[in-house]
Design a protein around this ligand. Structure first.
Ligand SMILES: Cc1cc2nc3c(=O)[nH]c(=O)nc-3n(C[C@H](O)[C@H](O)[C@H](O)COP(=O)(O)OP(=O)(O)OC[C@H]3O[C@@H](n4cnc5c(N)ncnc54)[C@H](O)[C@@H]3O)c2cc1C
Length: 418
């Protein structure tokens, strides 16, 4: 028997590579008939990059992505609030990478198929339910032609994303996703990178923001693929669940609010105009839960802890999950005890991160600044550099990405343990 995984996203595929590294048989079942390069930009923090390097994916990251150098926050009108170096520039032993989710995902798929075989990922298999037994778990899948597939496995890992079926069975009353009133419009456009070759820039305040950063190496003309996100907050709008990563939109929905966001180093309307497409996604997460494990079944990635994307934590944490579970499988075998050890190691800290991101993650620093502006202070006087520095340091410690802690921590899986 093998370990079965529902979901061939970033977490599911990284877990498959981890199982291969440690010598555990694994089979991934993915609902869509064919995995395609979907999504736009994501950031992988050094704690996840360390794990991807150990999986032998350093060249892949360098080919599809670009090392992040700095993170810069500007108030409306582009008043600088905070700029900090990132990745190796900031002294981390591992870089931070900005990547196009779809291109990175396709590399993971390619590596899984090369290392584990073409059949390691079964597409067009949607998990519908699971049943725990004393010595195995039965997972039921349906195909688009209506046929059913039943699989007996030692363990089932639910890496099936924010609308996880595994989680829904564990928590039938969990209700809808939690929306914070903001909508993000996202896309990628070719263009010159803002500021340095690879700066992540964020402009705006609590009601309206624009994010832009490159996700590919620069071409010979000095251009790259720029990821952008325009975000607006709405009061009194009832949310119908529109949290589909593939929902396309047009610029009419938001562009009127950004028409004058033209700075000498960033032309927001120009970037949106050149976009290869526009996708709409509400800012949603899920209420943290007390258990990720039910017998021989465990949640992983967004299924376990869908979070607001402030601080680029979603994919990063999903990758870390796979490695912690890998270490637990090595120690306890493919047993329910391994799942409980994984949950014990991560659940509390990750739940705290989900809640902390509701405070806007690193952008939470804007609340104090806007309060001072509301009291009548000028933007310059409202920014207290020491308070900002302190806030940023505390966020990173909580997110597990504090430099000295990470640099000094032992590998999650000792190399050559497989
Ligand atoms: C198409 C797509 C585009 C995305 N684009 C972005 C983006 O641009 N920016 C961003 O920040 N995040 C994006 N995300 C989310 C991001 O990938 C995750 O937050 C993060 O990488 C954690 O990954 P995950 O593997 O836990 O979840 P996901 O990447 O969401 O992967 C979950 C996988 O499970 C599959 N699945 C769902 N239900 C079932 C089922 N019942 N049975 C079997 N398989 C199932 C899905 O098809 C998907 O492939 C996107 C996700 C998807 C699916």
């Amino acid at each position: 028997m093998t370990v079965a995984v529902a979901g061939g996203g970033i977490a599911g595929l990284t877990f498959a590579l981890t199982c291969h590294e440690i010598g555990v048989d694994v089979q991934v079942y993915e609902s869509v008939p064919e995995l395609k390069p979907l999504g736009v930009g994501i950031n992988l923090q050094p704690n996840a990059v360390r794990e991807l390097f150990q999986l032998g994916l350093e060249n892949d990251l360098r080919e599809v992505g670009i090392e992040a150098e700095e993170w810069s926050l500007f108030y409306y009108g582009a008043h600088p609030i905070w700029t900090e170096p990132r990745g190796t520039v900031a002294g981390y032993r591992w870089p931070q990478f900005s990547v196009h989710r779809g291109h990175f995902h396709m590399r993971l798929l390619q590596r899984v198929r090369e290392r584990l075989g073409d059949d390691a990922v079964v597409c067009d298999a949607r998990l519908t339910q699971f049943e725990n037994h004393p010595d195995h778990v039965t997972a039921s899948f349906t195909r688009s032609d209506g046929t059913e597939l039943k699989v007996d496995a030692e363990l089932l890992i639910g890496a099936d994303g924010i609308h996880s079926t595994v989680r829904q069975q564990m928590y039938p009353d969990q209700g809808d996703v939690n929306w914070n009133g903001a909508i993000m419009w996202r896309g990628v456009s070719r263009g010159e990178p803002p500021r340095t070759n690879n700066s992540f820039v964020l402009i705006g305040g609590n009601e309206q923001r624009f994010v832009c950063y490159p996700v590919e190496p620069l071409d010979e003309q000095g251009e790259t693929l720029l990821n952008w996100i325009a975000e607006l907050r709405f009061d009194d709008v009832e949310m119908i669940d529109k949290s589909d990563w593939n929902r396309s939109a047009t610029a009419d929905a938001f562009m009127s609010e950004f028409l004058d966001w033209k700075f000498d180093w960033l032309d927001v309307p120009g970037i949106v105009d050149r976009s290869e497409g526009i996708w709409e996604f509400p800012m949603v997460d899920r209420e943290p839960v007390d258990r990720w494990v039910d017998g021989r079944v465990a949640l992983m990635g967004d299924a376990a802890h869908a979070m607001f994307p402030h601080g680029s934590g979603g994919a990063t944490q999903g990758i870390v999950d796979t490695r912690v579970l890998g270490a637990c499988l090595l120690e306890h075998g493919e047993t329910p005890e391994a799942l409980l050890a994984y949950e014990k190691e991560l659940l509390q800290a990750v739940n705290e991160l989900v809640i902390r991101n509701r405070g806007e993650g690193p952008m939470g620093v804007l609340f104090d600044i806007e309060d001072r502006i509301a009291e009548g202070k000028s933007i310059e006087d409202a920014i207290d550099p020491e308070a900002v520095a302190d806030f940023m340091a505390r966020y990173k410690e909580a997110a597990g990405t504090a430099r000295d802690t990470l640099n000094a921590s032992p590998p999650i899986i000792e190399p050559n343990r497989g």
